[in-house]
Design a protein around this ligand. Structure first.
Ligand SMILES: [Ca+2]
Ligand SMILES: [Ca+2]
Length: 500
């Protein structure tokens, strides 16, 4: 019984792990217009931004909210009027940080806090906040050469942001990215879902919406359940324009809990779109009236506006051309990169197959039951094959050289034949002469032979001068003389020895 229970427990825990980690769920986003703003007609005629409040040096126009102008020691901010009513969310902010200097200051912060903050020392907002701050820190206070820097920092209302170190030891995480003076507006996407915070960044070198890259990811981030969104910025001795063009908030709903679109929301939407149309019409009418009433002033404004526009457009055109070229190059590089990845992938696959074959070979050799010996290709066999191949190549090269040599020689011979045909002919005549001479000699010999046969030689008379008897007598006399001489000589030598 106990073992059964244990088994169930193990099975249950495995199931839990699979459910919690194995499944990557994609939440359903819903656009939250009460926590968003974007152009055109971002600000209303009276300068207010619907559902938002701004203060300090911030100014809203039709196209954007300028949090600070590029003037010294400015602070500004803009905050949502209402607290959120959703737990998980994603923000996309499109903004610009532009300034004349190579170095700018101080930076821009995006906030999610439990209450709306006032003007303060942390990028234009109050310190010891409760919640999250994402800082786009332009100025390198600690002089480590690691700015502009993007970082996330949470606070429970006790921590004081350390400006002197750029908060490097207080951050959740961060990344070194340049966001100043970019050809296109830079973007950031901040997602807070199931206590995981991710910050993506788009460096504004292209106007491709999808060129986001990961800046940071932090797990186990606990923020207030509901809160206010804010953007603040500050300038110091150096100054940048901090402009926010778009701030889009989406609430994220886990699968199965997505809100059903209610009739009220649709009605509200319709009401707002109607209001918007009316407002647009009214604005156009008023513009027209203004032009009619003050033609001179309108012209003057046009005049003031145009040259700058012209000047700007000229520069912008040039820049755009450059950056279009650059973005094309970037796209091509991306293509090349993709191809390279493919190639590397293939190579890895081949390598893994090779190693599998080798492992199979080892297993086959060790166990004797793996792959049949004939089917395994060992390293030495491959090397032997390669060597054979090399030899074959060498042999074929040699053959080629021989063929070439032969070809040359035959060519030479043919050429020589063409030029020296006379010599060959002479040789032939010499040979023929020799042949003729030989034939004559042969004929003469034949005639001599015939004559000798016709007149044979007279028989030669044999003369016998020495008979065997005389021969033996002569031999006996010679022997006696020789023996007598030898005896006389030995006798003389014996006598000579007696004197010593
Ligand atoms: Ca700083
Ligand atoms: Ca720094």
């Amino acid at each position: 019984m106990a073992t059964m229970l244990k088994l169930f427990a193990v099975f249950g825990s495995i199931l839990c792990v699979v459910l919690t980690t194995g499944v990557v769920e994609t939440p359903h986003p819903r656009f939250e217009y009460k926590y968003s703003f974007k152009g055109p007609y971002l600000a209303q005629k009276d300068g207010t931004v619907p559902f938002w409040e701004y203060e300090g040096s911030a100014i809203a126009s039709e196209e954007m909210v300028r949090i600070t102008p590029s003037l010294r020691s400015k602070k500004g901010s803009i905050w949502t009027k209402d607290k959120t009513n959703f737990e998980w969310w994603e923000i996309e902010m499109i903004f610009r940080v532009n300034g004349r200097g190579r170095v700018g200051a101080d930076g821009l912060a995006l906030w999610y806090t439990d209450k709306r903050e006032k003007e303060g020392p942390v990028f234009g907002s109050t310190d010891k906040w409760v919640g999250l701050g994402i800082f786009f820190d332009s100025f390198d206070n600690d002089g480590r050469g690691n700015n502009p820097y993007i970082m996330a920092m949470t606070n429970d209302g006790t921590k004081v942001y350390d400006h002197q170190s750029d908060g490097i030891n207080q951050q959740l995480a961060g990344c070194l990215r340049d966001f100043r003076n970019k050809p296109f507006a830079v973007r950031t996407k901040i997602q807070y879902y199931r206590n995981i915070l991710t910050v993506l960044f788009h460096n504004g070198n292209t106007n491709n919406d999808n060129d986001y890259e990961m800046c940071l990811r932090a797990e186990n981030v606990f923020l207030p359940q509901y809160g206010y969104y804010g953007i603040s910025a500050a300038t110091g001795g150096l100054a940048d324009d901090h402009d926010v063009l778009k701030f889009m908030t989406y609430s994220l709903h886990p699968p199965g809990t997505e809100p059903t679109p209610s009739g009220i929301a649709d009605a509200e939407k319709e009401k707002f779109s109607k209001e918007y149309e009316q407002y647009k019409e009214k604005l156009d009418k008023q513009k027209e009236e203004f032009r009619k009433q003050h033609p001179d002033e309108a012209k003057k404004k046009q005049m003031e506006f145009d040259p700058e526009q012209e000047y700007e457009s000229h520069q912008q055109r040039e820049l755009r051309q450059i950056f279009q070229g650059q973005s094309q190059m970037f796209e091509m590089m991306k293509g090349v990169h993709r191809k390279l990845d493919e190639v590397i992938g293939r190579e890895e696959r081949v390598l893994s197959m090779l190693s599998a074959v080798q492992v199979g070979g080892a297993a086959g050799g060790g166990g004797g039951q793996g792959l049949p010996q004939g089917g395994v290709v060992g390293r030495h066999e491959v090397e032997a094959m390669l060597n054979n191949q090399r030899e074959m190549v060498q042999a074929s090269r040699d053959m080629k050289a021989y063929v070439v040599d032969i070809h040359q020689r035959t060519g030479n011979i043919i050429a020589a034949q063409k030029t020296g045909g006379g010599q060959v002919f002479e040789g032939h005549t010499v040979l023929n002469e020799l042949k003729d001479g030989l034939n004559i000699v042969k004929r003469d010999l034949a005639s001599v032979n015939a004559k000798t046969q016709a007149n044979p030689c007279p028989p030669v008379q044999a003369v016998n001068c020495l008979t065997p008897v005389y021969f033996f007598i002569f031999m006996g006399v010679q022997l006696a003389v020789m023996i007598g001489y030898i005896m006389y000589k030995s006798n003389k030598e014996a006598q000579a020895k007696k004197f010593y």
